[in-house]
Write a protein that binds this ligand. Structure first.
Ligand SMILES: Nc1ncnc2c1ncn2[C@@H]1O[C@H](COP(=O)(O)OP(=O)(O)OP(=O)(O)O)[C@@H](O)[C@H]1O
Length: 278
């Protein structure tokens, strides 16, 4: 690839020097940038039914400390990518690695012990259990650390401590989302995978969720965020990927994607002209 000499720059610096066109068009660039990534997927193909691939040769990486957003149309494969990274769907072709360790198709419970947390879009709390019991379920592998982690999670979500004896089934959608994120944080993950955390929430609660994600990230947790609310997602993420029909369509910084006329036209639709919240 022609262009600036990137041999002495950090991955973060190199990200900023490249346009989405360069990144999307050249898998070599992805590989070069992803060398020291915290989590990366190389050319992964995956699907649910035999012979039907949902993801086709997808490339993805997350650097330490980043929030990376994944946006795209309905059915593009965003949730499937997250599930594949978390070992819920086997990888058919390609590889996934965590801090350089090959974790391709490693099972979810193994990934949790390696510092990967996952919050599914639905059915992400135990409604019959109290908030406290839900959080206990999150750390059942290390029960002695409950108090320490409960304190950490309560600082991010004070409501969870205040209402610890309330059953999760009695909470609003936004409050349940906090329980789900809190539970995933109990195991002290270094990477948190969030599947459409703002889905179905009122605009006020959506804002609250995005603010909390930034706070979680500020504690040192790297975040992969799948979102329908693409514009809001791009506002808070360091980098974003656009998936379309199971393939990488574009990737760039969140800011560049949000302001790219092509992305606006194809993926952000009428939201593009709406007032933005910073
Ligand atoms: N359990 C499943 N079994 C078979 N096919 C599935 C399953 N879950 C999802 N799919 C299919 O995989 C494709 C990608 O779905 P996925 O949920 O990953 O898309 P998405 O980009 O997250 O979209 P959305 O924003 O609508 O959730 C769709 O065609 C969907 O019908």
């Amino acid at each position: 690839m022609s262009g600036p000499d990137m041999s002495k720059s950090t991955p973060a610096q190199r990200n900023k020097q490249l346009t989405h066109a360069e990144l999307a068009a050249t898998p070599e660039v992805h590989r070069e940038q992803a060398v020291n990534a915290l989590l990366r997927a190389d050319d992964i193909t995956a699907g649910y039914l035999p012979g039907i691939n949902i993801l086709e040769e997808c490339n993805f990486y997350l650097d330490d400390g980043e929030i990376v957003g994944i946006i795209g149309p309905n059915g593009a494969g965003k949730s499937t990518l997250l599930k594949t990274l978390f070992g819920l769907i086997p990888v058919r072709v390609g590889a996934v690695s965590l801090r350089g360790e090959n974790i391709t198709s490693a099972k979810a419970h193994v990934l949790v012990t390696k510092g990967v947390g996952y919050v599914p879009q639905t059915l992400n709390v135990f409604p019959a259990l109290t908030i406290e019991e839900n959080l206990e379920m999150g750390i059942y592998l290390r029960p002695k650390k409950f108090n320490e982690r409960f304190e950490f999670v309560s600082e991010l979500f004070p409501l969870l401590a205040e209402r610890r004896k309330v059953k999760a089934g009695a909470l609003s959608g936004g409050e349940r989302q906090m329980v789900a994120m809190g539970r995933a944080l109990m195991m002290e993950p270094s990477v948190l995978l969030l599947d459409e955390p703002s889905a179905g929430l009122s605009p006020m609660f959506q804002d609250e969720v995005f603010i909390r994600i930034k706070k979680i990230n500020a504690t040192g947790v790297s975040v992969i965020l799948v979102e329908q609310n693409a514009r809001r997602c791009l506002q808070i993420c360091d980098r974003g990927y656009v998936l379309d029909q199971g393939r990488n369509a574009y990737t760039d910084t969140g800011l560049n994607l949000a302001n790219d006329p092509k992305i606006i036209e194809l993926y952000l639709g009428t939201l593009a002209g709406s007032s933005e919240k910073k």
